[in-house]
Design a protein around this ligand. Structure first.
Ligand SMILES: [Ca+2]
Ligand SMILES: [Ca+2]
Length: 245
């Protein structure tokens, strides 16, 4: 617990520093001020900070012709230090799960290296090499603090690289919204030390989120797509994220 508080203190400190306009001087006769200042989201269960990056975050809304409607939207934004996720749930679907004290595990699915021939080929139209798995719910009818274990797909199986309480991710929710922070340095150090297959998060990477309810029943998949003859599960393309730096 102590470690977690230290981590939140660190995140708060970084956020307050980097929200100030950086004095980066002039480039090409033009002031480099607000539009080139790195943005951080504070993980506090308040979502007004997402408005500041509305045009920078990549978003996906659920396709009404997919098989899922529990999650209505996700957004992803990455800067040099962190990757941020925002999730908006369908209120009724969420409250039904909370009334059953469900823990609502998710898997952040990440393809770090821009190539899709290796990794796990299910649930999205492209393969991905990493998942970060942990619950959003506290099991007592509300949101908890996201704490995920890191796994890498190696030789056809998932191998755990980081156990719980690892400072890799943090999360807070309120109402029907949730926000997550992923620390790139912790991620990259973990895979460097733990495996021969070193695939750090690139400046451009791909990601999506799997959602589960009732234990491990499939609840949603974001992004998703319309069910069709060519796409009978309604799987979507992973979102392509370009690091803002
Ligand atoms: Ca926030
Ligand atoms: Ca890959």
């Amino acid at each position: 617990m102590k470690k977690l508080f230290a981590f939140f203190a660190l995140v708060a400190m970084i956020s307050s520093v980097s929200c100030q306009k950086a004095n980066t001087g002039k480039k090409g006769g033009k002031d480099k001020t607000e539009e080139e200042t790195a943005v951080n989201i504070t993980i506090d269960g308040k979502f007004d900070d997402w408005a500041a990056i509305a045009d920078k975050a990549i978003s996906a809304k659920t396709n009404p012709e997919s098989q899922w409607d529990a999650v209505s939207e996700i957004r992803v934004y990455a800067n040099a230090d962190f990757v941020y996720y925002y999730v908006k749930f369908n209120k009724e679907a969420l409250n039904e799960q909370f009334s059953n004290n469900e823990e609502l595990p998710i898997r952040l699915c990440i393809n770090t290296d821009g190539e899709f021939t290796s990794g796990y080929e299910n649930y999205f139209l492209e393969s991905y090499d990493f998942i970060i798995e942990g619950p959003l719910g506290n099991g007592e009818g509300g949101f908890g603090q996201y704490d995920g274990t890191l796994h890498q797909r190696i030789d056809g199986s998932w191998q755990e690289l980081l156990p719980p309480n690892n400072n890799l991710v943090a999360g807070q929710g309120a109402g029907n919204e949730y926000e997550i922070l992923l620390a790139r340095e912790v991620f990259n150090n973990a895979i460097k030390g733990a495996t021969q297959v070193n695939q750090p998060i690139g400046d451009i990477f791909h990601t999506g989120i799997r959602f589960y309810c009732d234990g491990w029943a499939e609840w949603s998949n974001m992004p998703n797509a319309a069910i069709s003859e060519d796409n009978e599960n309604g799987w979507g393309h992973l979102l392509e994220i370009k690091t803002d730096k």
